[in-house]
Design a protein around this ligand. Sequence first.
Ligand code: UD1
Ligand code: MG
Length: 460
Amino acid sequence: MTAASTKRTSLAVVLAAGESTRMKSSRSKVLHPVANRPMIAHVVDTLAGAGISEVALVLGRDAEKVAAAAAHPSVESSVHIQTERLGTAHAVLAAREAIAKGHDDLIVVFGDTPLITAATLEAARAQLADGADVVVIGFRTADPTGYGRLIIEGEELLAIREHKDASEAERAITYCNGGLMALNGYKALDLIARIGNANAKGEYYLTDIVEVARAAGGRAVAVEAAEAELTGCNNRAELAFIEKLWQERRRREMMVDGGVSMIAPETVFLSWDTEIAGDVTIEPNVVFGPGVRIESGAVIHAFSHIEGARVAAGAQIGPYARLRPGASVGEGARVGNFCEVKKAEIGPGAKVNHLTYIGDAFIGARTNIGAGTITCNYDGINKHVTQIGADAFIGSNTSLVAPVSVGEGAYVASGSVITADVPDDAVAFGRARQENKEGRAAVIRERNRALKDARGKSGA
Ligand code: UD1
Ligand code: MG
């Protein structure tokens, strides 16, 4: 943040009163998630990151849900309902009460433009600090159709012409209005009140503030941002495009700034809060749901799905592993292919390598869980806990019927169904003893052949 904007007071107005018609959705579009977080929450988080702690939400549909999704610990927000949608200027005026309190900087952003960065908002605020009354965030694009065009002369922004109202010559301009603005917070209400609706759509365009401010002797300028930052969401295809851009940006940050290795980054899906430490390697086709922390040096092998889980330093996950909420994998531990871990702690150096379900459990350090082991944690009504001490060995194909515990250093024989606690250093057999019947196989084989022959003759 610039020194100037640090000292300045600010209010952001977030416009999100749209009907979201083109989303064909049962909810407001700003509730739709990008990286597993509602779009509106991304916007508010970015505002907070730009040092803005007061937000006025202009809402229509689903106002209560949108306000809840927009809640942020360091932002104080107020809700303003725009009952009729008469244009972006009209929408800003819905927040009149909040604006009238008086702030140095008034920032106007859209709830459906979640990729805007704090750096861009700070650049716009810096222009206000330099004396501009209107700062428009613009972008250059190969296809400007539909956007308002920025009419620039030297350093000055003369006007914004909406596509529908633009002349042929103006339509050739590729520098466009992203829609987001920073305004002199003391002058904004007066300027917006002078905006009329004599245009192609009969709407009150916020963009007219440029000409209105200039007519009043004020200065308007544009700051340029990358086109990606101003990508808006009107339909599901655009939502998917925003997701793609968000993923690309965050992967790059993780690799370049965070020292994370991704072999095929385009196949790794992150959530808004995914934390991955340096020197972690992520193999192809890995999905991170919300609430994941991966510590230094861990390796996430291909095709793993991880959500609400922590993976400690040097641990290895997958290929084809699923970590569900509450899974915590200790230092240097391994969770291998086709294993599912839920609400369970896997101790340091423990191994859960093949075809296993561990739920509601504590597995001690260095313990080995054999292939096909299942914690039977659910009785149809309640969940129960399985506790396994350190240095234990659970043989393959064991069912651990919880609540149950296996002591430190204990062995459980393969194929056991363990229903009672196993003491430290004990060996538990929970299966029928093997019996060998000499020569019996030949007898059975003879009988089966005879049966087949008899069927062949009768044509059955
Ligand atoms: C707006 C800009 C245009 C810019 C484009 C960038 C205006 C007049 N035009 O056009 O110059 O290039 O964004 O995407 O500002 N909203 C309300 N209430 C209203 C009207 C709009 O809350 O009465 C909200 C919408 O939900 C949306 C945002 O304001 O989030 C922008 O409105 P929209 O109708 O999408 O404006 P555009 O025509 O895209
Ligand atoms: Mg739009």
